[in-house]
Design a protein around this ligand. Structure first.
Ligand SMILES: Nc1ncnc2c1ncn2[C@@H]1O[C@H](COP(=O)(O)OP(=O)(O)O)[C@@H](O)[C@H]1O
Ligand SMILES: [Mg+2]
Length: 245
């Protein structure tokens, strides 16, 4: 099968990232060019850190990161239209008091003037059937509604790559189904970070992280089968009692 050439390549070359003297990502080398990509691993395996590195929000001390030909940590302006990220917790993402301000912000950063950014933001809200949220205070929204605001903010910037960090955690089933439907419409590369392999059924490529290292990277069916096998084995063991160093 040939890879469609319009898809951006994401490549990490010997990437190492540490915090407070501790290595969190160790010698990560992966590359993929696919429409639907999963990053799977246990809690604490480094998934969030890896997604922040790909988004350019964290700069590795060793190695190189390339997303659609740019280094997202060094080229912050280029990164705005190249890679968007939806944080796990919308409260960590939202900075403005009203919905329209929140959604316009990214557009202004991309160079739209104030009026133009608000007009564009309103078009996106209308498209998602929530134009009536425009002047609402974000604090009044539910978690699922806040997450939708964050998603619309990121989509409005039309990034080539959209990273989602555990997008379904904390959402009830109907909200989850609605979010899935919206994500299915996204034409770019979706990188979905999750500890739950069932979220990644039908994906094109999966990277499996284990203790900050790549345990597998390839066709999703193969990597997910290996991951589930290993997790089942671990589930039968007793490593919950282990203290991590
Ligand atoms: N800012 C930080 N300072 C120190 N340790 C961190 C920091 N961020 C993450 N870690 C540690 O790095 C490891 C990986 O974290 P994370 O990337 O959040 O994993 P995951 O998203 O897979 O649960 C965890 O052990 C976590 O405690
Ligand atoms: Mg995480």
């Amino acid at each position: 099968m040939t890879t469609p050439t319009h898809l951006p390549e994401i490549a990490l070359d010997h990437v190492t990232f540490g915090r407070e003297g501790r290595v969190i990502l160790e010698d990560i080398s992966v590359s993929f060019c696919a429409r639907r990509v999963g990053i799977v691993g246990r809690n604490g395996s480094g998934k969030t850190t890896l997604s922040r590195v790909i988004a350019g929000l964290a700069q590795p001390e060793k190695g190189r990161v390339s997303v659609a030909g740019i280094d997202p940590a060094r080229d912050r302006k280029g990164a705005l239209s190249t890679v968007g990220i939806l944080f796990q917790n919308p409260d960590h993402q939202i900075i403005f008091p009203t919905v329209i301000e929140e959604i316009s912000f990214g557009l202004k950063q991309m160079g739209h003037d104030h009026l133009d950014a608000e007009k564009e933001a309103l078009t996106w809200l209308t498209d998602y059937g929530v134009a009536h949220w425009a002047e609402a205070s974000v604090a009044r929204l539910s978690q699922g509604q806040k997450q939708l605001v964050c998603l619309i903010s990121v989509l409005a910037m039309q990034p080539k790559v959209l990273l989602l960090d555990e997008p379904f955690s904390g959402l009830d089933l109907p909200t989850r189904a609605q979010l899935s439907r919206r994500l299915a419409r996204y034409q770019g590369t979706l990188v979905h970070v999750t500890h739950a392999p069932e979220d990644l059924a039908g994906y094109d490529h999966v990277v499996w992280l284990d203790q900050g290292r790549v345990a597998g990277s390839g066709a999703s069916a193969d990597v997910l089968a290996a991951f589930v096998g290993e997790m089942t084995k671990k589930g039968e063991g007793n490593d919950l009692t282990d203290l991590s160093d």
